[in-house]
Design a protein around this ligand. Structure first.
Ligand SMILES: [Zn+2]
Length: 333
């Protein structure tokens, strides 16, 4: 869940397929000569909601759904981020005006994009200064409590986008299959922050998963989270050399929680933080269930030509620290 890498796409694609690549790329973390700087808010998140209704949802229904999404993220244990709705506004999302605005926009040309988020950041400190979200009225939306056939659930998609607004990138914890008509179909996922949405009518993404909770606690949990949780550190190698962009997962043998991360250096180093203390099964797999550019910029090159591999021993995560580093050697496909 360590999503601190250079540029990460902030676009949610539909089940019909992956993002077309024309949309905004956003930095959720960026590499500097001194290492990776992650993005975060250092003051309360103050936001406005556009004062227009869409054909399906009123402005106040949108505000309520967004408010529930914020509450889901900020109620995760140890998370120190706070949020405040500042009112309805005629300001538009995706306009750089120093004000965070969430609202509907008609973007029919973005035919696979349900919603997206943008940021203004301080590139020295990583502070987020402004973040906007738009929901695309080219799709039908619902706020019905049980969901609605053939309409996308606003709170579910909003929870994903608010995760971006708070500084999270995409998770790799999903399984998909290629569709004959192009793009991918979600078979299942274990993170709201997986880059491909569930089909219309589905409301499962109203609930954060363990991977999402670990991600937000990693960014906003502070010293309390560091005291109460632990970390798995290690390295993934292929033919003795480190590989970049390998997807590493940690499965808690007691709770069944699944938390993911990536190797984020060309040396193959990874860190999976904010784990409940316990015993974990660690596995490495190539990032092949969504477009690579949903996760990483073009450089460095992501290695995907290797076999999924289990670390041969169970890994114990202590409270407030990490065990010995694990090295996982994978073999070429
Ligand atoms: Zn996204």
């Amino acid at each position: 869940m360590n999503r601190h890498l250079a540029r990460i796409v902030l676009v949610c694609s539909l089940v019909l397929g992956a993002a077309s690549g024309t949309q905004a790329y956003l930095k959720l973390g960026f590499l500097t000569p001194n290492g990776v700087i992650g993005l975060r808010w250092t003051r309360p998140v103050e936001y406005f909601v556009t004062n227009r209704d869409s054909q399906d949802v009123t402005a106040s229904q949108l505000q309520a759904a967004v408010g529930r999404a914020f509450a889901s993220w900020t109620s995760v244990p140890h998370v120190g981020a706070t949020h405040a709705f500042r009112g309805f506004s005629s300001a538009e999302p995706f306009v750089s005006d120093g004000v965070s605005v969430i609202g509907f926009r008609a973007r029919p040309e973005l035919e696979r994009t349900l919603a997206a988020a943008t940021f203004e950041i301080d590139e020295v400190t990583g502070q987020i200064l402004e973040s906007d979200i738009f929901f695309n009225t080219a799709f039908r939306w619902s706020v019905a409590s049980a969901g609605q056939t053939e309409r996308f659930d606003l709170e579910s998609v909003g929870l994903h986008e608010v995760g971006h607004l708070l500084g999270l990138g995409h998770s790799g914890l999903g399984e998909t299959e290629l569709r004959e008509t192009g793009g991918r179909r979600v078979l299942g996922k274990r993170a709201v922050m997986f880059p491909i949405a569930y089909p219309a009518g589905n409301i499962e993404d109203r609930t954060l998963e363990a991977d999402d909770r670990a991600a937000i606690a990693d960014v906003y949990g502070g010293s309390a989270a560091q005291r109460e949780t632990g970390t798995i550190r290690g390295r993934v190698t292929l033919g003795g050399a480190g590989i970049f962009g390998a997807h590493v997962t940690a499965f808690n043998t007691r709770t069944g929680d699944l938390i993911g991360g990536f190797t984020l250096t060309t040396n193959g180093d990874f860190v999976i933080a904010s784990l409940s203390p316990g015993v974990y099964v660690v596995r490495v797999e190539p990032l092949d269930d969504a477009d690579i550019d949903s996760f990483f910029d073009e450089e460095p090159v992501v290695t995907v030509n290797f076999r999924p591999t289990y670390y041969p021993m169970l890994v114990t995560v202590p409270r407030g620290g990490s065990g010995p580093a694990v090295t996982i050697a994978v073999s070429a496909k």
